[in-house]
Design a protein around this ligand. Structure first.
Ligand code: HAM
Length: 419
């Protein structure tokens, strides 16, 4: 029979990696908690219009990457390609159940984009994200960026670059768009086919083209931050001042644009040189118009999301690994097993990482298994020892053995192993 494997771009997470994954998720949770964020869980499947309306009709995600299909009732539904749109939808749908503004929410979970899979780019990937909804003050931008920077420090990654830019707002973006089109107008024949399409639909995206020939042309393109209205300009300056006050290093990146259309004012990415082409580990920005675009009252907001798979590549493999097996119990015979199994249960309740062998397996085979599992200690008892109310505890490193009485077995084991 033909073997069934996982789909391309969809990955299993196996022991050896999943411990590190869980450690990352837990550290994120603890960090968000300290910064006053509450968890939110939204469905993976949403109405397609939620994403087309928020991410933008002319973005790569909406044009060619969404997992969209017709539901049984004929409605168009989509596996979420990102988390922000869903969080805003939930915010609007359950407004009365939300904490007071600004609402600070974080989430973790799978996202789906039909991209060409490569290292650091999957079709099902996982994000950890945070959103602050309901405050236009640049203090929120600073708070969010300080959270992001602190999280990376906490997981031992302080060699990343925080790149920031301002993309303006509905007042200053349209004139900048025209300035940009003016700049690119004479260069259309040299720009790639995609950029020629972008020129009409979404000229800012030309700045993000990865093709070398386009990159050369964009070097001298006008920067959005140089064409901001007074409000956006002041906002951007205050954010940068706040970062300086907190001594958070950042780099102003004049051509940083985002692949989602909802961004206004501050946009940022946390980048690394260690991930090849997929250099953004986290990304986000302000989206002051999204709540309104999704049918709510005008409500400013800002957020970011980090890619778990990309984070996994960067942190040492030993992070989050549990201690090796502390105790392997070797029961020689059924009567020994019946006595030792409740002891194993008690030890596990005391949080000792422990295992037991098969009672019908010979000593040599069980010892081999203990070795394979890297057990620190082995407790051995045959039916004879059990009758004599004792067992043998062997330190696998020093090879020393002690005989311990069954009556106080649990305490003696804990004393020996945990010291
Ligand atoms: P994004 O830049 O599309 O933003 O994704 C954020 C992060 O998710 C990326 O920096 C990357 O680490 C990871 N990521 C994205 N696509 C993939 C993929 N195909 N494979 C692996 N990792 C990937 C957003 O999604 C926005 N919702 C962020 C945001 C939150 N903005 C405001 N609030």
């Amino acid at each position: 029979m033909e073997k069934i494997n996982a789909l391309k771009g969809f990955k299993d997470l196996l022991p050896g990696d999943s411990e590190r994954w869980d450690w990352l998720a837990l550290t994120a949770r603890r960090t968000f908690d300290a910064f006053g964020f509450s968890p939110i869980h939204t469905p993976i499947l949403e109405r397609t219009t939620l994403f087309t309306r928020s991410i933008g009709e002319t973005t790569d995600i909406v044009e060619k990457e969404m997992y969209t299909f017709e539901d049984w009732d004929g409605k168009q539904v989509t596996l979420r390609p990102e988390g922000t749109a869903s969080v805003v939808r939930a915010f609007l749908e359950h407004r009365h159940q939300m904490p007071v503004l600004p609402v600070k929410l974080y989430y973790q979970g799978p996202m789906f984009r039909h991209e060409r899979p490569q290292a650091g780019r999957l079709r099902q990937f996982h994000q950890v994200g945070a959103e602050i909804i309901g405050d236009i003050d640049p203090k929120q931008d600073i708070e969010l960026l300080s959270l992001l920077t602190y999280f990376f420090k906490r997981i031992g990654l302080d060699n990343l670059t925080l790149e920031i830019n301002s993309l303006g707002c509905p007042v200053c973006r349209p004139p900048y768009r025209e300035i940009l089109q003016d700049f690119f107008k004479k260069k259309l024949t040299t720009l790639c086919e995609d950029c020629n399409r972008r020129f009409h639909k979404n000229p800012l995206r030309i700045l993000d083209c990865k093709k070398e020939s386009c990159k050369t042309i964009t070097t001298d393109a006008p920067a959005s931050a140089k064409h901001l209205c007074t409000e956006c300009d002041e906002h951007f300056k205050t954010v940068q001042q706040g970062l300086k006050t907190l001594k958070i290093p950042y780099q102003y990146s004049k051509h940083l644009v985002r692949g989602l259309d909802y961004y206004t004012k501050t946009a940022f990415e946390m980048t690394t040189q260690n991930l090849g082409a997929q250099n953004a580990v986290a990304a986000g920005g302000r989206y002051d118009g999204l709540v309104e675009a999704l049918g709510g009252p005008a409500t400013p907001a800002i957020g970011f999301a980090m890619g778990m798979e990309r984070l996994m590549h960067l942190i040492p493999e030993t992070k989050g690994m549990p201690s090796t097996l502390q105790l392997f119990i070797v029961p020689l015979g059924e009567s020994a097993y019946q006595t030792l199994f409740p002891i194993l249960y008690s030890l596990r309740k005391k949080k000792l990482r422990s295992e037991i062998g098969y009672s019908d397996s010979p000593l040599k085979k069980q010892m081999k298994q203990a070795d394979r599992l890297n057990a620190e200690y082995v407790l051995i008892a045959g039916d004879e020892e059990i009758a004599a109310k004792k067992a043998i505890l062997r330190n696998m490193k020093t090879k020393s053995q002690t005989e311990i009485g069954l009556s106080n077995l649990i305490n003696e084991i804990l004393a020996e192993i945990e010291g």
